[in-house]
Design a binder for this molecule. Structure first.
Ligand code: GLA
Length: 721
């Protein structure tokens, strides 16, 4: 079992070797135990074609080992050297505007070029031969943040070949893309253009599939070069950029070929948006449905935001703990020390150009110390969830090609569902998974919520029907079930192949330029969760800090914004949950949400985006009806912007639980947790009581940006207070 790791991106090739030891000593002093090296070092590793200089890397790895620091080697294929570009200009990529990229930055290569892939395989093979059995190398990162595709003529021919393999005949392609529209009909494969914006929606979706397939095969070349030559214990990953949310290719497909997923978690301008970053970390955990690495995060600031402000003192540590709480098994800072020259001189670093600690060093060293104290407890644990949000790239792309309103930002829409669900789930010590509906084991979840599942083909609809028949609860959000797998409109209204099961459908959709009022059809059910009253430090009962439940005031009306679908319920047993108000124009008095029992489960469809209070009520009802956390013995109560992340391993009597509490607020917060727990970190002073029902609770104050990592008392070790 790999221990939790803390480290940084380290670029020994940029510094005199005489300075390496002091770098590594400072890392060791900060309790760091991993570095990533090499991912931009091609010109140092292969200064001229076929002439390899790997000894410096061997010495760097050996010196790191001396300081108990393991190494991840980044293959250097994101930054080809100048000799390569000059000798093989055919390896350069072309931008969508037809401009050939050139040397001087990075990522100038053409991801589809067979020659570039051969050159990558050569350098990677050399590295694998030399370091594949080095016991201090724990893993490999392929390239760096796959980004730019290419629009050159040779890649276009590959795209046409890709389409020929998929559709077999032009007749089929013409039919699926409805090319009679605007006389787009193709009579030869070579006529098909390659576009990434503004084109036929079927073509645009297939181009995204082609980009995914091409990056996947680019990656495959390196996996095949590495795997036969490296230890089975060395993992292979790539670091996913674009703040995790980028959609230039399908993250599920790319990570399917990797041993672990890793990503780069940056804040950029401003401060940590705790709910959004929680969501993005859960999103990253969903790519492979397992724990992941944060391969890069900022040591307090970046250089690429409009304003590169510093995070507050303590916020860098809180961010790291948040990622761990959501399933990170490693956190690496980018970067250890800024290069003296090059495009990123202003980026945050841990030591200065003088090689001495910057102010952030002490905070990262504190995090390192935290991890020393908690490493054993956290080893092998991961978040658990009974609720999943469904996300898939075909739906993402289909909506983004034609958003219909500039306000339909899918990350924000996802967050409107995620934030209340996460607060409900964490009150029971659970996480929320975000998974791909086509590949995730749906029956693992009691409740599935699909905010914008635009593409529902027959196969997926069949999976959903089995799921609900057998007792699962499916809540579809706006824009669901509009398209098929070719990005064609389904010939049934939304939700397409699920209309019959839902017993209703969307009559019409509307982009909203002003809010509309929606009303619950029936008085709201009472909030099912405990937590708004609890015993304070002084023993009094208090409802003053209901935290996440402040919003749960059981509203009967709400504003809905951005998108509104008018539904009808045709089946007699389909229930109207929400209705548009009387003066809502075309929407007046129409159902905004309907639900129906199917088998021993249910399907519901919510056609709009109500404000946070009503959304919380609707989702709380959905969680209750799905019997999420039915076996939980109590619930936690914390304030707004306080997170409880539970990681565990095993089940029943053998289960081992760790509870991570993070206060993202600028003031201290009073925390109540179900059960009796002790903190593994210094700094909090828990007291132990019983709630109004005689259940054990643990209470303490957590400072601003404070972190507590707690474990239950064992039976042999009862609380003293
Ligand atoms: C990305 C890259 C790094 C560096 C950082 C700066 O994540 O992978 O090489 O450019 O951004 O934030």
């Amino acid at each position: 079992m790999q221990p939790l790791r803390l480290g940084a991106a380290w670029y020994p090739e940029q510094w005199p070797e005489s300075q390496w030891e002091s770098d590594l000593q400072l890392m060791q002093d900060a309790h760091m135990n991993v570095v990533r090296i090499g991912e931009f070092a091609w010109s140092t590793l292969e200064p001229s074609e076929g002439h390899y200089e790997l000894d410096w890397m061997a010495r760097a790895i050996a010196l790191a080992a001396k300081h108990h620091i393991a190494v991840v080697i980044g293959t250097p294929t994101d930054a080809p050297p100048a000799w390569l570009t000059a000798k093989y200009p055919d390896t350069l990529g072309m931008n969508a505007d037809g401009r050939l990229r050139e040397h001087g930055s990075r990522r100038q290569f053409n991801y589809a070029s067979p020659r570039y892939r051969r050159l990558c395989a050569s350098i990677v093979t050399q590295l694998a031969r030399r370091f594949g059995h080095n016991p201090n190398v724990v893993g490999w990162q392929i390239g760096n943040e796959y980004t730019d595709e290419s629009f050159d003529p040779a890649t276009r021919a590959l795209f046409q070949q890709f389409l020929r393999e998929k559709y077999k005949t032009l007749e089929d392609l013409n039919r699926q893309w409805s090319t009679a529209y605007w006389s787009q009909t193709y009579s030869a494969w070579s006529q098909i253009p390659m576009e990434n914006t503004g084109g036929n929606p079927g073509l645009l979706l297939d181009h995204k599939h082609f980009v995914t397939t091409t990056w996947r095969s680019f990656q495959r070349v390196q996996i095949d070069a590495l795997r036969p030559l490296i230890l089975p214990t060395q993992f292979i990953t790539t670091n996913i950029g674009g703040l995790g949310w980028s959609d230039n290719w399908d993250h599920y497909a790319i990570t399917a070929d990797l041993d672990i997923a890793s990503w780069d978690d940056y804040v950029g301008e401003g401060h940590l948006d705790a709910a959004k970053n929680a969501m993005l970390n859960d999103f990253a955990r969903g790519w492979k449905r397992q724990n992941f690495w944060v391969m890069e995060t900022e040591p307090g600031s970046v250089n690429w935001a409009p304003i590169n402000n510093a995070l507050w003192p303590g916020e860098t540590r809180a961010l790291a703990w948040q990622t761990i709480g959501h399933g990170a098994d490693a956190v690496l800072y980018w970067q250890w020390r800024a290069a003296l020259n090059g495009q990123e001189q202003y980026h945050g670093a841990i030591v200065g150009p003088d090689g001495k600690p910057l102010p952030i060093y002490a905070e990262i060293a504190q995090l390192g110390h935290d991890l020393e104290l908690t490493r054993d407890a956290l080893a092998g644990t991961s978040p658990r969830a009974e609720i999943a949000i469904l996300h898939d790239y075909d739906s993402r792309w289909a909506i983004d090609f034609q958003p219909h309103t500039k306000d339909y930002d899918q990350e924000q829409v996802l967050l409107r569902f995620y934030a209340p669900l996460q607060r409900i789930a964490q009150s029971y010590g659970q996480a929320v998974d975000i998974v791909d509906p086509s590949t995730a084991p749906l029956d693992k979840y009691k409740l599935l919520v699909a905010p914008s599942l635009n593409v529902i083909d027959d196969a997926l609809a069949a999976r959903f029907l089995v799921y609900v028949q057998q007792g699962g609860h499916l809540l579809l959000g706006p824009r669901s079930g509009m398209k098929d797998e070719f990005n064609s409109l389904n010939q049934q209204r939304q939700p397409g192949p699920l209309v019959e099961a839902l017993g209703g459908r969307v009559e019409q959709y509307y982009a909203l330029d002003a809010p509309v009022v929606v009303k619950l059809e029936h008085p709201p059910s009472p909030v099912a969760m405990a937590g708004c009253t609890f015993t304070t430090a002084t023993g009094a009962s208090s409802a003053s800090d209901c935290g996440p439940f402040d919003e749960l005031v059981n509203p009967t009306h709400a504003n809905a914004t951005i998108w509104a679908e008018a539904l009808t319920a045709s089946a007699r047993d389909a229930r109207v949950v929400l209705r548009y108000d009387h003066d809502a124009g075309w929407l007046a008095d129409q159902p905004a949400m309907i639900a129906r029992v199917v088998g021993v489960g249910s399907i519901a469809y919510l056609g709009t985006l109500p404000d946070a209070a009503l959304m919380s009520t609707l989702l709380n009802d959905a969680v209750r009806d799905a019997h999420v956390a039915a076996s939980a013995s109590g619930s936690n109560a914390v304030g707004i912007n306080v997170e409880i992340c539970e990681r565990s391993v095993g089940s029943g009597a053998d289960a081992r639980r760790v509870v991570i509490v993070i206060n993202h607020n600028v003031q201290g917060k009073w925390i109540t947790l179900a059960g009796h727990l002790r903190d593994l970190l210094p700094g909090v002073d828990p007291s132990y009581r019983q709630d109004a029902h005689g259940q054990p609770i643990t209470q303490f104050t957590l400072d601003t940006q404070g972190v507590a990592v707690l474990v239950p008392f064992s039976e042999q070790e009862p609380p003293e207070r």
